[in-house]
Design a protein around this ligand. Structure first.
Ligand code: G6P
Ligand code: MN
Length: 451
């Protein structure tokens, strides 16, 4: 353990999430003391647009914290104790492609699920490894990377394969966002919930929701059977996930639990269990990437512009569970708090009937040496089989990236539950190769090329 105050670097400093994360850090400064915050991004112009907003957030709380904005990894990471990673390789423009290309073939278009997620994985694994190597070179030898970068399941598997000893903790805010809605429904602060959960990232189930030792899942089931995982004041309880498309997502917990009431699914299971309905309701010309570019991103850029002109910063971002969660996890790492959080870890027998080396998402106690996962035991055959298939798709994608293999990429696409046929898989993959020319490693067809 290192002694505070800490040096914290944010990789992907130009993200729309940066001001919210920094605000979350500022309101908890007494619990997580900071000497310096550094923003690092390869898109220096974008980062420079957002940086004054971040600086204002810092200065509203502290005059003493040093603030550095840089595109130079040595400046960004030298001596850093924590790195929060939130890279979006190809930015929202490429997310738009991830969503629209599959949709043109009648297949789910989503940033982390189905072909879109696989494409995003092919873009992100190698840059993530580069980031790890830079942190390894410059940062404190015990530095932790807390990683939000998507597609998190695939990134986690890529990191496990390529940098197994790296001090990287992969996290996602979706389970916490679900827990916040559960708390709102039950009238209980989400921090009071202790959940059991198993799965992969964006592919898992809550099996128990304890409040003071009592399982409240039965009560949640009754609410969900009427309204989905949503309260009337969802926008207030969850401003990040309150656009109409998110409201629909929360409501879709209902049809899933109408059929499979035993466990409460991660909202992302809608893409795998009801893909036709999802595709029917998506506008192929205006997807979530467009909503985000014309919503969250535009609003923040406009506020940054206005702040530059007038010195007045409007309410253009929020902390949300996203901002809160990463700071909670970092605090537990920093001070060995052993808080229980849902995170991604190597399975190593936690889920007995999934492969030993799978990167699973389960509850873990977060110590200063990393997560200590709880033992889940055996999961039912239905869930195990769904998980195995998704895992195989993701692992093949990682192998495709490492080996530069077209065949493995095609297998990954074909195995994904959202993709109905080999022909769909191939047509989508081939279009995606074109669209990702500047980002993907070259994929070779070993058999056809006679190697
Ligand atoms: C959730 C997921 C993230 C994902 C985000 C997308 O928070 O956990 O992994 O990136 O949703 O939200 P957006 O508002 O960009 O569609
Ligand atoms: Mn996520």
């Amino acid at each position: 353990m290192f002694t505070p105050p800490f040096i914290l670097s944010i990789a992907g400093g130009g993200s729309t999430y940066t001001p919210g994360i920094v605000k979350s850090l500022m309101v908890q400064l007494d619990k997580f003391p900071l000497a310096e915050i550094r923003l690092y991004d390869i898109d220096v112009a974008r980062q420079n647009t957002i940086a004054p907003v971040v600086e204002k957030v810092i200065r509203d709380h502290s005059q003493s914290i040093k603030f550095t904005v840089t595109g130079d990894p040595e400046v960004a990471f030298s001596g850093a104790h924590f790195v929060f990673a939130q890279m979006r390789v190809g930015q929202y423009k490429m997310r738009e492609q991830d969503e629209k290309i599959p949709l043109r073939h009648g297949v789910v278009g989503q940033e982390t699920c189905g072909p879109g997620g696989l494409a995003y994985g092919l873009r992100t694994i190698l840059p993530m490894v580069e980031l790890i190597d830079m942190v390894d070179r410059y940062a404190h030898e015990k530095a932790w990377i807390v990683n939000y970068s998507n597609p998190a399941a695939i990134v986690a598997e890529g990191v496990r394969r390529l940098r197994p000893d790296a001090r990287v903790l992969n996290i996602c805010d979706m389970p916490v966002a679900a827990m916040r809605n559960m708390g709102a429904i039950l009238g209980v602060d989400r921090h009071k919930l202790e959940v059991d959960y198993f799965g992969l990232n964006h592919f898992g189930w809550f099996t128990r929701v304890l409040v003071d030792g009592v399982d409240r899942l039965p009560e949640l089931r009754r609410h969900i059977a009427k309204f989905g995982l949503l309260t009337e004041d969802a926008a207030k309880t969850d401003p990040q996930h309150s656009d109409p498309s998110w409201v629909k997502t929360w409501r879709n917990i209902k049809p899933i639990m109408d059929n499979f009431p035993e466990y409460l699914p991660n909202p992302y299971l809608q893409y795998y269990l009801m893909p036709n309905q999802i595709v029917e309701h998506q506008n192929p010309d205006y997807t979530r990437a467009n909503e985000v570019m014309n919503g969250r991103e535009k609003k923040l850029f406009a506020a940054a512009e206005e702040y530059k002109k007038t010195g007045i910063l409007s309410d253009a971002f929020h902390v949300g569970v996203h901002g809160e969660f990463i700071v909670d996890v970092a605090r537990s790492l920093a001070f060995n708090l052993r808080q229980r959080h849902l995170v991604m870890v190597e399975n190593r027998g936690a889920i007995v009937n999934l492969p030993y080396d799978a990167m699973v998402e389960v509850p873990a106690y977060i110590t200063s040496e990393g997560p200590e996962p709880v033992r889940i035991g055996k999961v039912p055959l239905f869930h195990q089989t769904l998980l195995q298939q998704q895992l195989a798709s993701e692992q093949l994608l990682v192998e495709a990236t490492i080996e530069g293999s077209y065949e493995k990429a095609l297998q990954a696409f074909t195995l994904n539950r959202t993709v109905p046929t080999m022909e769909h898989a191939k047509a989508i993959l081939d279009e995606m190769i074109e669209a990702n020319r500047d980002y993907w490693p070259a994929l070779q067809q070993a058999w056809r090329d006679g190697e």
